[in-house]
Design a protein. Structure first.
Length: 372
């Protein structure tokens, strides 16, 4: 369809081609190339962390984080139900139990008021996952973690460049992670990063990324790792993208504010909060939740919008609904009413960095048309 507005298109018109050409001309295409270290150092510095460990994607970064914290059989980790399964894969594989909390109805992030009641003697960590554009209210979670001696894993995949009370998202976890998938604020095609201030955790993550080869006895292994290495070509893209992060944030906020202006007065739609007391929305994606009394659910809305030439994506399917977790007996009977409703009624509209003013107006008109 000629006029189709895709849900995301990355912007790659800075130094990406130049740095990639340098990889090809020099022959440095593997993870051994110099851009990987440079990207790790510059990204970690931007987020105010000591160590950056570049990996092959955000899911891999989470796997490494969980493994590095030695989360295993008998342990529990508190996570939001409304998130992507990447957050819990390694918790489950390692024989630990994810313990879910419901979402806040306004920010769509984990409801921090439910965390403390889920803590048991087996709780080892809390995973903070910043969703869609606003950070989790981090301070109360850090206090709970301190009071109960728990580790924090921070998933800032969707929050590159966002801040919480003026401190970068990704600077709060014992281990924090990012994704550089093409719909993220900066992309490396596929890619991810682990950040930490802890020298030992950083060393463990570097080992896990590279098959746990040892420095002095390369092919002798004390632990099982993976190959999660990022290539020099991905890091080249990442460096070029990082140079433009501030500009990208401004563009994302412009997209979000324009949508908000065009859709604010439309009855039947819940839009993202433009700000909370601790952050301004960075609009990784612009989500919409349909009121129940519209008589329409997200699936119906997305199908109508597709016919109008507008790309959409559904909201996350909550973890408490996942067949794989139910089969494993990992879902207890607690209600997750907010996450369920977000799943049933929520979707997001085109939010990529290439969007034009005309496209935003077209998308908004199509959304308004839904409810007529
Ligand atoms: C919150 C969150 N965590 C982790 C991931 C996984 O990242 P990746 O797709 O790079 O594996 C995503 C992906 O979009 C995400 O949104």
């Amino acid at each position: 369809m000629k006029d189709f507005v895709p849900v995301n298109e990355p912007l790659l018109d800075g130094n990406e081609k130049k740095y990639l050409a340098e990889c090809i001309d020099s022959g440095w295409i593997s993870s051994e190339g110099p851009y990987v270290k440079e990207f790790e150092q510059k990204f970690a510095a931007r987020m105010g962390r000591k160590h950056g460990i570049a990996v092959s994607n955000g899911t891999a970064a989470l796997d490494a984080a969980v493994e590095a914290l030695n989360i295993g059989p008998g342990d529990e980790v508190i996570v939001p139900s409304f998130t992507i399964i990447s957050c819990i894969n390694q918790i489950v594989r390692n024989g630990a139990k994810p313990v879910f909390v419901d979402s806040d109805p306004l920010t769509w992030n984990m409801n921090v008021n439910q965390i403390e009641q889920k803590i048991t003697a087996r709780t080892k960590a809390i995973m903070i996952v910043h969703i869609y554009g606003l950070p989790v209210d981090v301070e109360p979670v850090l206090k709970i973690a301190k009071d109960h001696n728990l580790r924090i894993i921070e998933d800032a995949a969707e929050m590159i460049g966002q801040t919480y009370l003026n401190q970068p998202c990704g600077s709060f976890g014992d281990i924090s992670i990012f994704s550089f998938y093409p719909n993220k604020h900066i992309t490396t095609g596929e890619g991810g990063m682990v950040l930490t201030n802890d020298d030992e955790l950083a060393e463990t993550c570097r080992g896990l990324r590279n098959l746990c080869f040892q420095h002095n006895r390369r092919f002798v292994h004390e632990r099982l790792g993976w190959n999660l290495r990022m290539t020099n070509m991905q890091a080249a893209l990442g460096l070029a993208q990082l140079e433009r992060l501030d500009e990208f944030i401004v563009k994302k906020r412009w997209i979000g504010s324009l949508y908000a202006e065009l859709l604010n007065s439309v009855p039947g739609l819940q839009l993202p909060l433009s700000a909370t007391s601790y952050a301004e929305n960075i609009y990784w994606v612009f989500g919409i939740v349909l009121d129940d009394d519209t008589g329409m659910d997200a699936e119906q809305a997305m199908s109508s919008l597709a016919k109008a030439g507008v790309g959409t994506r559904p909201f996350f399917c909550p973890m408490n609904r996942q067949p794989v977790l139910r089969k494993l007996g990992l879902v207890d009977s607690d209600p997750f009413d907010v996450a369920e409703r977000l799943y049933r009624q929520g979707f997001y509209i085109p939010s990529g960095l290439k969007l034009t003013r005309d496209q935003i107006h077209r998308v908004a008109d199509s959304v308004i048309g839904l409810l007529k």
